[in-house]
Design a protein around this ligand. Structure first.
Ligand SMILES: Cc1cc2nc3c(=O)[nH]c(=O)nc-3n(C[C@H](O)[C@H](O)[C@H](O)COP(=O)(O)OP(=O)(O)OC[C@H]3O[C@@H](n4cnc5c(N)ncnc54)[C@H](O)[C@@H]3O)c2cc1C
Length: 416
């Protein structure tokens, strides 16, 4: 089978690319191993809701128009939203089609699937940036009687043993899961490394509204000093809830979550926590202060609405000497949830574009292989690239690049 462009994956990014390719009259197909919006339908825990407000679900040619723009859809509502998008833009999706290999051929790519082979001039990797949970090597030292779960395996507190739970990682995923488990009545120990503190509301507006209007989320990959580091910055400690509550560390200690430092290792069944907790928290407080300074400056210059005055949040409150170790063999901890991030899975990619960490080498989504593109990963082209709202501009720019690549090839001007 032949087409001009194969898009791998029918999450919101693959569909956004499909819509842009259709607008440019580029013949293509979207190959999806499971169903449209598979990740939102099958790979998230039960209570997960968007941490971005519904109004920020803005895709090429389609956006949220429901009754609750300031609310936060749950995972199945997000999956329905993405499925409606696929229909609205008539995306040529082939579901139940797993891509098992992508190879370079003389003038393009051979894409092998469990349903046959495609040849194409260009390929867009929209297979997701969060396919596989990252679990640190020290997890191998966890005593066998403790249940270890990744966020993809965790569903809800009802599925856990009654005992204490240690959640490792305090980004959006870790703080949400820690809060939910603590509210179920269980003791929770949260291991906190580098994190990004964020209030849900500031001066009466959602923090995402502020980051949108001030242009913070639009900052481009070629404008930051250290893009490698920027791409590794953890997600902001946020969650979507009807109460519009904050999920920072102070909110968690208020409900009784116990904070310890980053899990540095497990030695003979003994967990060791870094002594850097205070430093990490001071740094997160400092960075929050800088974000609020940016917001206040912008508001002073641009906001005509009457807003509550600027204010600052209480610094993160910690015990005077946080615990540095925990005996995992004592029976105190019954479950560990590894909220230590995710990585993409490109095990099927037979083109030499992966770096030592298994990430595609690319310049703003233009991969280091002619006619190959990647989309959907953190800070791909702008700070919001891994949010649904970021897929729109990224898809538009990358498909324009793809079109000019095809034009160059057609004119015989080479593939570089
Ligand atoms: C826990 C969590 C919470 C999030 N919360 C928010 C939020 O609040 N707001 C927000 O805007 N964004 C949020 N995101 C990010 C966002 O929704 C997307 O996951 C991310 O932007 C990537 O989207 P995507 O379309 O690139 O990939 P995905 O949504 O992961 O879609 C990739 C698709 O590719 C398919 N696929 C993978 N490999 C193959 C293969 N070999 N062959 C065929 N098909 C394949 C998969 O089945 C999947 O359907 C969250 C992500 C996570 C992990």
């Amino acid at each position: 089978m032949q087409t001009t462009t194969v898009v791998v994956g029918a999450g919101h990014c693959g569909l956004a690319v499909s819509r842009c390719l259709s607008q440019l009259s580029i013949d293509h197909v979207v190959l999806e191993r499971s169903e449209v919006a598979h990740a939102w339908r099958r790979e998230r825990w039960d209570s997960l809701r968007l941490l971005t407000p519904n109004w920020q679900c803005r895709l090429p040619g389609y956006s949220y128009e429901g009754a609750d723009p300031d609310g936060f859809m749950n995972a199945s509502q997000v999956a329905d939203f993405i499925t409606e998008y696929a229909k609205a833009v008539a995306a040529p999706v082939l579901t139940g089609t797993t891509v098992t290999s992508v190879r370079r051929t003389g003038d393009g790519y051979a894409v092998t699937t469990d349903q046959g082979e495609w040849s194409c001039a260009t390929v867009v990797l929209a297979s997701g940036a969060f396919n596989v949970p990252r679990v640190p090597a020290c997890a191998a030292g966890v005593p066998p009687e403790i249940v270890s779960l990744t966020p993809m395996e965790y569903r809800s507190p009802e599925h856990l043993h009654d005992g204490t739970v240690m959640v490792v990682g305090a980004s959006a995923t870790g703080v949400q899961i820690a809060a939910e488990i603590r509210r179920s009545g269980r003791e929770v120990v949260l291991a906190v490394g580098e994190h990004v503190r964020g209030p849900r509301l500031y001066r009466g507006r959602d923090i995402h509204w502020w980051m949108d209007v001030t242009g913070v989320l639009d900052e481009r990959y070629d404008e930051v000093d250290d893009i490698v580091r920027a791409r590794r910055v953890p997600s902001m400690q946020l969650a979507g809830s009807d109460e519009r509550s904050s999920f920072d560390l102070n909110a968690l200690t208020t409900i009784g979550v116990k904070l310890v430092g980053r899990l540095a290792g497990i030695n003979d069944g003994h967990a060791q926590f870094s002594g850097s907790l205070r430093n990490k928290c001071e740094l997160a407080d400092l960075k929050l202060g800088r974000l609020l300074d940016t917001i206040d400056e912008w508001a002073l210059a641009n906001c005509r609405d009457v807003l509550p005055p600027p204010h600052r949040f209480e610094p993160t409150v910690l015990d005077s000497s946080p615990q540095l170790g925990l005996d995992l063999k004592s029976g105190y901890i019954e479950t560990i949830v590894w909220a230590t991030g995710f990585r993409p899975d490109y095990s099927w990619l037979d083109v030499p574009v992966l770096d030592a960490k298994g990430m595609v080498r690319h310049d703003g989504g233009v991969a280091e292989s002619p006619g190959m593109y990647v989309i959907g990963s953190p800070f791909l082209r702008r700070r919001k690239s891994s949010f649904m709202d970021g897929g729109r501009a990224d898809a538009e720019e990358l498909t324009n690049h793809l079109k000019s690549y095809l034009d160059r090839v057609a004119l015989g001007r080479g593939q570089g």
